[in-house]
Design a protein around this ligand. Structure first.
Ligand code: NAD
Length: 351
């Protein structure tokens, strides 16, 4: 099995590449532009493995993508490359439109032409998995869950750009017959998460005795999934998902942001006792504009149709994640140093 993964140097992409190479023994070409969010250090475990290759390239570069696909001849494309941080999308939306919309369009075109040139049996087996977010559905009230049929209603430039890319991916299936499958997942957490996002930022600020900024009252609800559970789901959806369908991915782990931060503080106080309870570092800051109140995923379709279940519950996953950051400062310290005084440490939301 030959899989072209885009964005494989990012948080979820690197978990997926590790899963495909180490657990499944697949050949993988990782195509990543290495933006600020891409980090080859997350791929040390697969570096040098036969079957693993890396190409530094921009998914918006049509010629580079044509060459990569012609040269590698993938059985599947799993498309994760994106600008992914909501706060950055509010202060600078252009990169989000460029990568998430134009980049996805470019890749769909490249895939369409490549796929059309395959032999009939290869065409039937080919899959283009477009990886997306539950944020495209907008915000939920106190009850209810996002289902695959929930109408799109994105709030931020990030989620609007991802919604646009989802529509393109579905249109390339309906119009051209490209075998596209779409997945929409809730918030991920786990090892190798860039330290601007809520969970790693909280762990590292708390460890350093720095403030723990929380938007608004901290009551916004997110539905958390351990990143390795997401990687397994993506592999399964690409393998067995029905062409033209959407699969929601989520761990049934709804938590208010304030509870997530408190839980991290408690785990850290136990695993790495400090001078004061870390909860005292919590600081409420002005809410993010367009901040969605609640996300929660109904993953029944993925569970019943494809037999996937999340293996990690939130408490065990958080414990593993905190322990990983305690054990792996070689990975995060250079990022904290490089971004000191920039976005890190500023108020951040759940994604
Ligand atoms: P990330 O920001 O950690 O990684 C993105 C990767 O894409 C980086 O390695 C970056 O270098 C690369 N990239 C960015 N622009 C590129 C370009 N123009 N060409 C090539 N590579 C480029 O993101 P992530 O959290 O790993 O998310 C991966 C995917 O999953 C995204 O599509 C995101 O929308 C989606 N998603 C994320 C979450 C989450 O909680 N993080 C949840 C659901 C869905």
């Amino acid at each position: 099995m030959r899989i072209l993964v885009t964005g494989g140097a990012g948080f979820i992409g690197s978990a997926l590449v590790r899963h495909l190479v180490l657990d499944k023994g697949y050949d993988v070409l990782n195509v990543d532009a290495l933006t600020y969010a891409g980090n080859l250090a997350s791929l040390r475990a697969v570096e040098g493995r036969p079957g693993y290759r890396f190409l530094q390239a921009d998914i918006c570069d049509r010629a580079a993508m044509d060459l990569a696909v012609a040269d590698f001849a993938p059985d599947r494309i799993m498309h994760l490359a994106a600008e992914s941080h909501v706060d950055r999308s509010i202060t600078g939306a252009a990169d989000f439109v460029q990568t998430n919309v134009i980049g996805t369009f470019t890749l769909l075109e490249v895939a369409r032409v490549y796929w059309a040139g395959l032999a009939a049996d290869e065409r039937d087996a080919f899959r283009f998995l477009h990886v997306s977010t539950d944020e495209v559905y907008g915000s939920l009230a106190d009850t209810g869950l996002f289902e695959e049929t929930t109408p799109y209603d994105p709030s931020s430039p990030y989620s609007a750009s991802k919604a646009a890319s989802d529509h393109l991916a579905k249109a390339w299936h309906r119009t051209y017959g490209l075998p596209v499958v779409v997945s929409n997942c809730s918030n991920n957490y786990g090892p190798f998460h860039f330290p601007e996002k809520l969970i790693p930022l909280t762990i590292l600020n708390a460890l350093a005795g720095e403030k723990l900024p929380i938007y608004g009252t901290g009551e916004n609800v997110r539905d958390w999934l351990f990143v390795e559970d997401h990687a397994r789901a993506l592999d399964l959806i690409a393998e067995r998902g029905r062409v033209g369908e959407t699969y929601n991915v989520g761990g049934r782990n709804e938590r208010q942001n304030i509870d997530v931060v408190r839980r991290i503080c408690q785990v850290l106080d136990r695993l790495a006792p400090g001078n004061q309870p870390r909860e005292e570092l919590i600081e409420f800051v002005t809410d993010r504009p367009g901040h969605d109140a609640r996300y929660a995923i109904d993953a029944t379709k993925l569970e019943t149709e494809l037999g996937w279940t999340a293996q990690e519950d939130f408490d065990s996953g958080i414990e593993k994640t905190v322990q990983w950051y305690l054990d792996n400062d070689w990975w995060w310290q250079p990022l904290r140093d490089a971004y000191a005084g920039q976005r890190l440490g500023l108020p951040t939301g759940a994604k």
